[in-house]
Ligand binder design. Structure first.
Ligand code: NAP
Length: 287
């Protein structure tokens, strides 16, 4: 069998968990492979793409700062990637570069697995960075009733709101990320998604006060996209108040498995692989 050559590119790239996900799948399926982490600095995509042709790379995953910059180089862009204006997976086929974005779908699969769907729900999104932008569009496309983005910098939330309106026709609101504002606003919401690094291992930032959670509707889902630690203080507090909770492991793993389905052009047993990958990630030294 021919060796499958895959990469993940970005800068920084050392921290990427991508190899653990893809190597688990390829090893289980007995597919000969090479999966490289390649540091590609901003502005260096041209020379990396030359290398793709010379080395016969079959596909690559992308992280910061290339998810948007790669768009002009692509011969095909799938619908989600077009809506998000962002690509996390490129398959090389017959010399053509085919671009996809599996982040939104990965997040959605994890949410559905927990028994929640965006359709008809009121969703509060905390943060307005890259992942919040993707999730806002995905939740709008999936028929959320109401979406509000709460962010420290209101202009960033407003920019996402404009993009959601342009790409999906849905109006979403924005507000300042402030514990008092959250406490008085969340009474209408049954899904809260944290897209900030507040509470993430290795950062020294944390929510100052989590009492705003009490305002959420009974039976709400509190979804923290952080996966390290496995249970953030946000999720601990939400659980102690009786809410449903979900961390970011599912999204991380499912976006990778969806990318593997694209690379391999075959369906995968997600539950089987998720269990194996989650075990591997949780047992990593220095995770
Ligand atoms: P990003 O583009 O850097 O955006 C970070 C957002 O968080 C910005 O809106 C920023 O607000 C806000 N923020 C940062 N520090 C803050 C603080 N101290 N107080 C209040 N707000 C703060 O990051 P991203 O790529 O969107 O990722 C966000 C988080 O999502 C990551 O930390 C990661 O844990 C998680 N994530 C998970 C997955 C997964 O697969 N599970 C995938 C991607 C990301 P300003 O606009 O005011 O700067």
């Amino acid at each position: 069998m021919t060796k499958l050559c895959l990469d993940v590119i970005g800068d920084p790239i050392g921290h990427s968990k991508s190899p653990y996900i893809h190597e688990t799948v390829l090893q289980e399926l007995n597919i000969p492979y090479e999966y490289r982490k390649v540091k590609v600095q901003k502005g260096q995509l041209d020379s990396y793409l030359d290398e793709v042709t010379v080395l016969g790379i079959s596909g690559f995953n992308l992280t910061m700062p290339h998810k948007v910059d790669v768009l002009p180089y692509l011969d095909f862009i799938d619908d989600d990637a077009k809506f998000f204006n962002s690509v996390n997976t490129v398959k090389v086929k017959d010399g053509k570069l085919l671009g996809y974005n599996t982040d939104g779908q990965g997040m959605l699969i994890a949410m559905k697995e927990k028994g929640f769907e965006p359709l008809g729900q009121n969703i509060a999104i905390l943060g307005a960075g890259g992942v919040a932008s993707t999730i806002s569009v995905k939740m709008a496309l999936e028929g959320a009733e109401k979406i509000t983005i709460f962010n420290r910098t209101p202009a960033a939330a407003e920019a996402i709101s404009q993009n959601v309106l342009k790409s999906t026709g849905k109006t979403i609101s924005t507000a300042k990320l402030d514990c008092n504002i959250l406490a008085s606003s969340l009474t209408e919401y049954n899904i809260l998604i944290n897209c900030t690094p507040l509470g993430m291992q290795g950062t020294d930032c944390e929510f100052e006060d989590l009492s705003f959670l009490e305002a959420l509707k009974s039976g709400a889902l509190v979804y923290d996209l952080i996966y390290n630690p496995v249970e953030t203080t946000l999720l601990k507090s939400a659980k102690s108040l009786g809410f449903n909770t979900l961390n970011g492991f599912g999204m991380l793993i499912y976006q990778g498995l969806l990318a593997d389905e694209i690379f391999l052009e075959r369906p995968l047993n997600f539950l089987y692989f998720k269990e194996k990958i989650e075990y591997k990630l949780k047992n990593l030294k220095n995770f």
